[in-house]
Design a protein around this ligand. Structure first.
Ligand code: MN
Ligand code: MN
Length: 419
């Protein structure tokens, strides 16, 4: 039984809309209009007693996820969890800021990347530390100073603002400090699904757990000096604002100790990779940000009604962070499994490796989201582009459309389609 036959049988078995079910299902399957699709869903939900729910219901949550409550008739089967929200995650609040995380523990299939969202008030530090994973970051708000040292002793110091990125390789010691006027907030992405923000190597714990006499010998300090060192972790803590970037750079030795690599990327001032009336995409990977060898990103803006076209990525699963707006995504998997999920700001989305998907802005404000990959390069295949490269008879045989109808389909990759 084909997917469509099976689907239509399901539709008939549920009995909604009676004899019209085939026509409605065909409309739903062929429609490219989200509005038409949603009105079909709504009509279905309202008229079909199978959707009735005597309760209990978590109404605010249902309202956020209409496509889970009343799935489009094209959804089928189970593809596993594809959604979580930072607003469900425990927040660790310290003097100077807070942090919380969405990892494979929260989103089980996401075994390639994990995310941490962190806030630092003006002057406050995320303590000097390192970890087993590479760290990629997106500045959501405010200003920060970052530092990272190379094994050869050269040091990188820089200031970043909203929209900027950084990348720190695994094991490289680094710090983040909130600057004026109101500190910063940023998303960290790590190339380990099971990464934990609590499982990092801290400067404070390194010195706290070395025998005192060894520390004296190594650092050439007196026992009085040693007694002043922190004896427990600092992690996030309040501090005074730093000197200017220029004077901090000069204070450590100037150009002769400056790192040659550029560990930050001023994405906010980068021209869009693609821009049209539907929005814009900035692709940042090792081709534009050379130190970022293990994490690739797309920063996508969609105007109301616009969509990120039907596509897939051959090299990785996709981890999304939703920065603004509201939208929906459908993911299609083998054996006719498909899931449509709604997203809002601060949500995390997940697309299993190589699965086809789109993202549509269903709200009346701009959608902004990150597409993240554990990969050196951002790579995608466009469905329209693929159809456009099929010889006409091949396309007709597969899609049951004649040559003139096929010519309506755009032939080139276009990440953003106008609504
Ligand atoms: Mn870190
Ligand atoms: Mn994608």
């Amino acid at each position: 039984m084909s997917f469509q036959d099976e689907h239509q049988e399901n539709v008939s078995r549920r009995g909604f809309l009676g004899a019209g079910s085939t026509a409605i299902a065909a409309l739903a399957l062929s429609s490219v209009s989200a509005v038409a699709q949603q009105s079909v869903n709504t009509a279905k939900a309202e008229s079909d007693h199978s959707f009735s729910d005597p309760g209990p219901e978590n109404r605010p949550l249902l309202a956020l996820n209409p496509d889970s409550n009343a799935p489009p008739p094209t959804d089928h089967g189970d593809i596993g969890p594809v959604w979580y929200s930072f607003d469900l995650a425990h927040k660790r609040v310290e003097e100077g800021g807070w942090t919380h995380q969405v990892t494979q523990r929260e989103l089980l299939p996401s075994n390639q990347l994990a995310g941490v969202n962190m806030r630092l008030t003006a002057g406050s530090f995320r303590e000097l530390h390192w970890h087993t994973a590479d760290e990629w970051a997106y500045m959501e708000y405010g200003n920060a100073r970052v530092s990272v040292m190379n094994p050869d002793g050269t040091m990188f110091l820089d200031d970043v603002g909203e929209g900027d990125l950084w990348f720190f390789p695994a094991g490289y010691p680094h710090s983040i400090q909130g600057l004026g006027p109101d500190g910063c907030q940023f998303l960290l992405v790590f190339n380990e699904g099971m990464f934990s923000e609590d499982n990092t190597f801290l400067l404070s714990e390194f010195v706290a757990h070395i025998p005192r006499d060894v520390l004296q010998k190594n650092c050439r300090l007196s026992s009085t000096d040693i007694a002043k060192l922190p004896t427990r972790q600092l992690y996030i803590f309040a501090a005074d604002l730093p000197a200017s970037l220029a004077s901090d750079r000069a204070a450590i030795g100037g150009p002769k100790v400056a790192a040659q690599q550029q560990y930050t990327f001023k994405a906010a001032s980068m021209p869009p990779t693609v821009k049209n009336a539907g929005g814009e995409v900035r692709i940042i990977d090792s081709s534009t940000f050379p130190v970022s060898t293990s994490i690739a990103a797309g920063v996508v803006k969609l105007k109301p009604g616009a969509m990120r076209e039907l596509h897939w990525h051959p090299n990785a699963s996709e981890w999304q962070f939703w920065i603004a707006g509201s939208g929906r995504m459908t993911i299609v998997m083998p054996e006719g499994r498909a899931r449509t999920q709604d997203f809002k700001a601060n949500d995390v989305g997940f697309v299993p490796a190589v699965a086809g998907h789109y993202v549509e802005n269903t709200g009346d404000t701009d959608v902004v989201f990150l597409e993240m990959f554990r990969a050196s390069r951002f790579v995608d295949f466009s469905l329209n582009n693929w159809i456009g490269r099929m010889p006409p008879e091949m396309a007709t045989a597969h899609l049951h459309l004649d040559a003139s109808t096929l010519r309506k389909i755009p032939t080139e990759k276009n990440p953003i389609l106008v609504g």
